[in-house]
Ligand binder design. Structure first.
Ligand code: FVH
Length: 290
């Protein structure tokens, strides 16, 4: 069993601390608002009086704060305690944020691993939770059995920004799904039809599953750049479908705000001569807009 400190006891930090305690680890906690630490003391955690005290207390320190400025503010209070310490940051941010923090910590002699949590707090320690890691492989290997208690672990590489890049990419997929679901639900519940979102799900879910089956083909086209290969639903046709979605939404009094950007991007590809391409070709349009 190892000793772990947790800095940040919001919903996620608390779930991490509770899971580590349940697994028999020695857990030290610190939170800006001390009252959030007290229930954990009842469960066996030690409360540190400062971030520096927490970092000094354990073999591994995990940060889980609202954002990177908060993480940096906490670490700045503990600069004297950082040299030679293992630090894992599970705060959500960008690849640039992770690399910048890695550089800042390296200058102070700390060893840094970044992580992206692909789970919500009740999933921590259970099946289906995944945490992506990048940065120090040595740190990851040293603490791998501790990390496995939290979630399935995957180390993506030494570049500290990788976990965040893949975390953000997975979240993008999730928000794409949510935005499609929200728009579709607004349509079926719109004026005059009296539909219910719950009744629509038995139609929507198999449709999404069937369309997910086209992703390997689209992924191959994205990787090869061969967007015109074996196309069954060309983008010029799909542009008209998107125009119909926008017009139908307006007729139904539903704002087409989720759908307009997709129509514009597909339209840009068609206008630049890509009529016969697959929808995968939209990737070329958004890459150019970097
Ligand atoms: N909760 C979730 O569903 C997601 C799942 C995926 C990963 N995220 C990320 O995890 C980070 C923490 O999220 P959280 O859910 O624990 O967030 P909160 O419950 O809002 O707690 C925020 C903690 O941050 C502390 N804090 C905020 N500002 C400061 C600051 N300037 N200095 C020090 N600490 C600060 C706050 O402290 P307090 O308000 O209690 O004093 C909480 O401990 C996050 O990156 C998610 O994106 C969660």
């Amino acid at each position: 069993m190892s000793s772990i400190s947790i800095l940040g006891l919001g919903a996620m930090g608390t779930a991490l601390a509770r899971t580590l305690l349940k697994n028999g680890h020695t857990v030290t906690v610190w939170n800006r608002t001390r009252s959030r630490a007290e229930p954990l003391a009842g469960a066996g955690a030690k409360i540190a009086e400062s971030p520096a005290e927490a970092i000094a207390a354990s073999e591994l320190t995990i940060l889980c704060l609202v954002d990177y400025p908060a993480a940096r503010a906490v670490l700045e209070q503990a600069q004297e305690a950082l040299a030679g310490r293992d630090l894992l940051n599970l705060t959500n941010g960008t690849p640039g944020d992770a690399r910048e923090l890695g550089t800042w910590l390296a200058a102070r002699g700390a060893i840094y691993l970044d992580g992206g949590i692909m789970a919500i707090p009740p999933m921590i320690g259970g099946a289906g939770a995944l945490i992506l890691y990048s940065g120090s492989r040595a740190l990851f290997d040293r603490h791998s059995s501790t990390l496995e208690a939290l979630a399935e672990s995957r180390h993506l590489g030494e570049d500290e920004g990788l976990a965040s890049l893949y975390d953000i990419a997975l979240l993008s997929g999730m928000y794409g799904l949510f935005s499609g679901f929200l728009h579709a639900s607004a349509l079926v519940t719109s004026a005059g039809y009296g539909g219910k979102a719950v009744d629509f799900l038995p139609l929507l879910l198999p449709w999404i599953e069937a369309m997910s089956g086209t992703l390997p083909d689209l992924a191959g086209k994205i990787d090869s750049g061969m967007h015109g290969r074996d196309v069954v639903s060309n983008i010029a046709m799909q542009k008209i479908a998107l125009e119909n979605i926008v017009r139908a939404s307006e007729e139904q009094g539903v704002a087409p705000d989720f759908m307009r950007p997709m129509l514009r991007l597909a339209g840009d590809r068609v206008d630049s001569g890509g009529h016969g391409d697959d929808i995968s070709a939209v990737v070329e349009v958004i890459r150019k807009r970097k």
